[in-house]
Ligand binder design. Structure first.
Ligand code: AMP
Length: 409
């Protein structure tokens, strides 16, 4: 049935975006009629003795509460109570849906998906591929459902944007039967950010996403690169897990897989020891003891050799990926830097593109040093490849995808 004009006028347009992480829940309430952010919030240190809830309504002062929050269910109930206190509760008739960030959607979930029992069961089946994240995401969905069973719940998957990566790029060159039995292949992550940033980059160039090839460098504490051809992702740097690829804050990125065998055989480390080493004690922190790029640059400027080496390893890996993705795409219209490091660190952007003028990739030092919170070009006028800084907004993208799904249904 088609909605009439007056139905449309009163149709709900708000979306609550929930990001249930391993020890925190972040939320944002957005109005898709005008993109306004009505409230944001965060519950941290869930399950610890003193959890912290910080709720910031658009109209009014931020409220902070410190009290034990036992689990993700209790965290979400506390967040819902804060929203309700501002007249923005989960029972509001203006709320159209809840959009949930779900880390792993495997091969099945190629699009945002309305949650039903079958979808929940499938997300559960994917837990072995994301043992820290998918259980927390599931609890978020189940709790939100219980708080208002009539409200549509939509799952937006970190992996979905990468399901278009062709088989020859998604396969590891290992025995096919073993790989298939255990679902070992490259899935990629940060997909919501790569989707949003590649589209915004096309907009910045004044072109349709279907006409442009973009290399997106999402450089936050976690970091990943993707090659996007005409709006479709064809390669990405994270793999079976978010450990592969670029050097990150605490993760190694690419290593010879035999490093693991060597450490097991020669150093007697257990699988869990090596897991902790590669995920928590590697990357920038492993190389120099710090994972904050601001602190690393400060140390480099003071002549600290370990920090300088960490920076050079980080930048070298980035340049290698830019070169590789140039070859994957054949023709590149733009390179977009995003996330905490990508948006804020001019030295990283300069080093990641240094020496690539032969490929048409150049950065203008004055434009690169300028600061702004909006998408902007940092390449010189008339440059063959546009180099851009494009702030990411995963919550807005989750809300947009969620609303598009429930609005059409
Ligand atoms: P994200 O995961 O996107 O929130 O990014 C977090 C990381 O961004 C931090 O660990 C810092 O390394 C980096 N970062 C944040 N602000 C700045 C800044 N002003 N300059 C350089 N790096 C920054």
């Amino acid at each position: 049935m088609t909605a009439t004009g007056s139905d449309r006028a009163s149709a709900p347009t708000r979306v609550l975006v929930l990001n249930s992480g391993s020890s925190s829940v972040k939320y944002q309430l957005l109005d898709m009629a005008d993109g306004a952010r009505l409230a944001t919030g965060l519950v941290e240190r869930i399950g610890e003795r003193s959890s912290l809830l910080r709720h910031t309504p658009a109209a009014g002062d931020a409220r902070t509460r410190e009290a034990p929050v036992a689990d993700h269910g209790a965290a979400l109930e506390a967040a819902a109570a804060e929203l309700a206190a501002d007249g923005l509760g989960l029972d509001s008739p203006r709320l159209a849906a809840v959009g949930h960030r779900v880390v792993h959607g495997g091969r099945r979930f190629t699009e945002p998906t309305r949650v039903d029992d079958d979808v929940l069961a499938e997300i559960e089946r994917l837990v072995p591929l994301a043992p820290l994240h998918n259980p927390a995401n599931l609890t978020g969905i189940r709790t939100a459902r219980a708080l208002n069973p009539r409200l549509p719940q939509v799952a937006v998957f970190d992996t979905a944007f990468h399901t278009t990566v062709p088989e020859h790029a998604a396969r590891y060159a290992i025995d096919v039967a073993t790989a298939d039995e255990h679902r070992v292949r490259r899935y990629g992550f940060h997909g919501t950010s790569h989707a949003y940033v590649s589209r915004r980059t096309a907009e910045l160039l004044g072109r349709d996403p279907s006409e442009v090839n973009v290399i997106v460098l999402h450089l936050g504490n976690g970091a990943s690169a993707s090659a996007v051809r005409g709006g479709v992702c064809v390669e990405t740097s994270m793999g079976l897990t978010p450990l592969e690829g670029l050097v990150m804050g605490t993760r190694s990125g690419d290593v010879d897989p035999a490093v693991i065998l060597h450490l097991s055989r020669v150093a007697g480390m257990s699988v869990d020891d090596i897991d902790t080493l590669l995920n928590k004690r590697s990357g920038l922190v492993g190389l120099c003891g710090d994972n904050d790029m601001r602190e690393i640059r400060r140390r480099v400027d003071e002549g600290d050799e370990a920090a300088a080496l960490a920076f050079d390893v980080y930048a070298h890996r980035l340049r290698k990926y830019v070169g590789a993705y140039y070859a994957v795409l054949g023709h590149v219209d733009a390179i977009a830097f995003t996330a905490g490091v990508g948006e804020n660190s001019a030295p990283v952007r300069e080093a990641a593109t240094a020496g690539l003028a032969g490929l048409g990739i150049e950065v203008d030092p004055v434009r690169n040093a300028a600061r702004a919170a909006v998408p902007r070009l940092i390449s010189p006028e008339g440059s063959r490849v546009a180099v851009a800084v494009v702030p990411t907004d995963e919550e807005l993208e989750i809300a947009r995808q969620t609303f598009a799904l429930v609005d059409e249904g």
